[in-house]
Design a protein around this ligand. Structure first.
Ligand SMILES: [Zn+2]
Length: 380
């Protein structure tokens, strides 16, 4: 037996599972994983809890019912973003029902997906399954995506199809851009400003490098275009720059931080190689060193073709055409494991990462029906 639908929501929301790149805010997700494992075990699932290497208190859960080479993964992350409690009208960790909505941190993005799955499978029996149904619950999606990275490294789980219940307002999403955040560092030679020949100015070299990478940016915009996206080209934003320390000192060190939002078809290694190809002549001309390093691990762009069975099925079941998103998800990791992947869930992205995060009650029944139909099509 599992608790009822609202009780499942209540218990998951009451277990804080904030993930953050700030160590003082970062929490584990293990309590959520253990609770989910208990519930899915009670329904006959084989539960495999995978602690994240070197990250105590953090784990993924792979819960499997049935067996076979195909099947369906229903996936979600168990962590939430941090919240500013003072801006909430209710306690973010106490499920609050009001105005035909459920309020709480993670109801929409996206611990709330799991109670809906549990409700959809209450009457499901392992003996009915021709192909496995796999529930995947991950850690750290909101910060490092280390949960999904660990799964990718392990090559798990394996299935034919995957649906990630991130907030998409029940519209199937089949593409999003990838993200890379990089730091370009130039080391020159400091010296007294009265004689430029005493040093090699890293800031002036950076000026040259910026001019060249803006040329590369224009070329990337020419080369890649996908009209399905609101911003149909890749973007590159120069976000911050730090260099030098005094007006009368030749600048010996300069750093530039920027991001690149990649369209499907681009990959971070190629972009990195091209940036260095464009920047490295400056190193030679000015006698400085130019290095490039990621500030955070990149996230690949994601695309499942609109012709795929899963995309067509999700379009048919929801009545919406598949669309694109401006945010990144764990989809490229599941897609990289060979699964046709769609992002499709009950919440709205407008309510995610906000005070008073909520899920409208009228999303609950359509989501449960949708999940039942997906399971029927891909597992029964
Ligand atoms: Zn999310």
């Amino acid at each position: 037996m599992t608790p009822g639908l609202i009780e499942c929501f209540r218990q998951l929301i009451a277990l804080p599972s904030i993930s953050s790149t700030r160590p003082d805010l970062d929490q584990g997700n293990r309590a959520v994983i253990d609770t989910l494992a208990e519930w899915f075990s009670a329904l006959g699932f084989a539960c495999d809890i995978q602690p994240l290497p070197g990250q105590p208190g953090k784990a993924n859960l792979i819960a499997t019912l049935g067996s076979g080479p195909g099947g369906l993964v229903l996936a979600g992350h168990t962590d939430t973003v941090p919240c500013d409690e003072s801006l909430w009208r209710s306690n973010p960790f106490t499920l609050t029902e009001a105005d035909n909505r459920l309020y709480g941190l993670g109801v929409c993005d996206m611990k709330g997906f799991f109670p809906l799955i549990l409700e959809a499978i209450q009457d499901l029996k392992a003996s009915q399954l021709q192909q496995p149904l796999i529930i995947l619950a991950t850690a750290d999606e909101e910060s490092s995506m280390n949960g999904a990275r660990a799964l990718a490294a392990e090559g798990k789980p394996k299935a034919r199809y995957a649906v990630i219940g991130e907030p998409t307002g029940l519209q199937p999403l089949h593409m999003h851009k990838g993200i890379m955040m990089e730091r370009l560092t130039i080391i020159g030679q400091s010296g007294h400003s009265s004689d430029p020949s005493l040093g090699r100015n890293a800031m002036e070299a950076m000026n040259d490098v910026i001019n060249r990478i803006l040329v590369l940016r224009s070329e990337l915009e020419q080369r890649y275009n996908n009209p399905a996206f609101t911003i149909p080209r890749p973007t590159m934003n120069l976000g911050c720059i730090h260099g030098g320390d005094n007006p009368n000192r030749i600048c010996g060190h300069c750093e530039l931080e920027f991001d690149v939002r990649m369209l499907p078809g681009m990959n971070p290694e190629d972009v990195r190689r091209e940036i260095l190809t464009y920047a490295s002549p400056v190193a030679k001309e000015r006698g400085v060193t130019v290095t490039l390093e990621p500030i955070a691990d990149s996230i690949d762009a994601f695309m499942t073709p609109v012709t795929s069975d899963l995309v067509k099925t999700c379009e048919q079941l929801t009545g919406y055409s598949a669309t694109t998103a401006a945010f990144a998800t764990e989809a490229p990791f599941l897609s990289g494991l060979g699964m046709e992947t769609v992002v499709l869930g009950p919440g709205d992205i407008a309510q995610a990462h906000q005070p008073d995060e909520y899920l409208a009650l009228d999303r609950i029944t359509p989501t449960i029906d949708l999940l039942k139909q997906l399971i029927a099509r891909y597992c029964l």
